[in-house]
Design a protein around this ligand. Sequence first.
Ligand code: ATP
Ligand code: MG
Length: 227
Amino acid sequence: MLIASLKPRTMGGTTNTGLLAYALSRAGHQVTCHDADESLQLAAWARDVDDFPGEVREADTPSFAETVYPAMDHSRINLVDAGHAENHPDIVDSVLEVADLVIVTVSPTNPDYDRLTRPERGTPLAKVIRRSAALRDSGEPPATVVLLNRCQAGSNSPKRFTDLLAGGGQDGTLPRWNVLATRIPRREAIASAVGFPCNKPERKAPYDALVTELTRLGHLPAPRGSR
Ligand SMILES: Nc1ncnc2c1ncn2[C@@H]1O[C@H](COP(=O)(O)OP(=O)(O)OP(=O)(O)O)[C@@H](O)[C@H]1O
Ligand SMILES: [Mg+2]
């Protein structure tokens, strides 16, 4: 299967993609990552540490669906880190053509919420995802979930933005998102995760919870050992 990690702009996408790859591997899945962001930070992360699960392939191409996807081992979980949807809509469109599950990383803040729902320039991500249906074999857009990142302990913002995202905004007219119950906390150990080993409990626990939730929701296959 193919999981796409998307975000409208810098929101913790690479951090979430890499730490999710580690968590999937801890749960017994075989993982291959694909770096579809021109900055190639995920590929550099895998190169710089000894414990990164599986390989990361460079895949920053607008022909992702035609060249990268067919060459994947589809019995593994393939995880692709896409760059800014605002700046690289061509690559994101191609990823959306073939993704089975989309995880959108957003922080519960006004600027990130606005960039997701009402960008000053460019097409809102919900519309980009919806229109991908036209190019997909199923004729339907991919299953999509929102993962809140950088959530401050004790703050009511995660709940407030969950309600806004799930309820279609203040007046209910915006697209409605499936917001995961798992929230990634704002933590120094996570802020400094990219490029370093996954050797701290704070880098593991929230992402283990994410894998548990995605499995419960039916988005992930059973790990190989348990089939
Ligand atoms: N849970 C977290 N707590 C605190 N800081 C975080 C957390 N997740 C990410 N960050 C910080 O947010 C910033 C962006 O993270 P990251 O590079 O993963 O985002 P990105 O969306 O991949 O960005 P880019 O646009 O460069 O691809 C980094 O400075 C990182 O340290
Ligand atoms: Mg990144």
